[in-house]
Design a protein around this ligand. Sequence first.
Ligand code: FAD
Length: 288
Amino acid sequence: MKLPPFDYAAPETLGEAVALLAAHPGEAKPIAGGQSLVPVLAFRLAAPTLLVDLRKLDELRDITITDAGVALGAMVRWRDILNEPRLRQAHPLLVAAVEHIGHYQIRNRGTVGGSLAHADPAAELPGIAVSCEAQIVALGSAGKRVIGAGDFFHAALTTALRPDEIVTEIRFPAWPRQRRYGFREFARRRGDFALAAAAVSFDEVERKYRDVRIGAIGVADRPIRLTAAERALEGRAIDETIASNCAAAAAGEVDPADDIHARGAYRKTLIGVMVERALRDAMARAIV
Ligand SMILES: Cc1cc2nc3c(=O)[nH]c(=O)nc-3n(C[C@H](O)[C@H](O)[C@H](O)COP(=O)(O)OP(=O)(O)OC[C@H]3O[C@@H](n4cnc5c(N)ncnc54)[C@H](O)[C@@H]3O)c2cc1C
């Protein structure tokens, strides 16, 4: 399918890129890897008159690991994350989730900023951002904003970003040494978007679950935290038998819609299974 006509610019600086978006309010769109935007244009879901290519903005390609946590520039690609061995220690849950994204070709082009701005409810990074309470940094003509991931995703393909704002980075809080994690995803074929996925983490403190976070992907119009499932664990003694209660709580608090990929009832059952498996993985890691 042919794309609608558009003008094209590849600014040399972030400031120029923001100025271009601001000069064409609501009519210009950034393009990063193009993996989601190009299909969107082909299906006429959007018809911007100007594409602002971010490919020359090398300042958005940094992966920074400090005591405060991990920061990923918006133009960091999935491949860059998987090729950075320090991230496996600094944020193993992030790496575990990115391993499920697409195929070789997609990982070579798809970016962090593009995934966040596109806001597919079945995408891995937005789910990890919400479950880990990451912060998303955006720059627009009014200046810089730092938006909590929980406030960033408003609905499918809809975020808190203003039309002249560019995502510049995402910041994850530091990963404590005592944190245990599991990530489970079910997709029809390896590399497809998730039908449902669960990101579970907790800190093991005196053999109890503390700071439990359970994120769900693919079961609502945005990535969500499963707070009833979190409460089923928080403060209790770490114990295998609790996993099925937690899974039941998880399934009980979602109400996914039917769509062309799966019935809502199927996804509801599936998220319980994913949460239970991810939790068991996390507990198995705790024993090691
Ligand atoms: C076959 C296939 C399989 C895939 N499988 C998966 C999968 O399993 N999991 C998954 O998560 N994703 C998957 N993807 C999507 C892929 O990861 C995309 O790369 C990603 O969703 C968007 O990143 P991008 O850099 O390509 O963004 P683009 O397509 O360039 O842009 C997407 C949207 O974000 C906006 N945008 C881009 N960068 C910025 C920025 N810095 N600031 C503000 N707005 C910006 C654009 O204007 C556009 O609206 C798949 C894609 C394909 C084609």
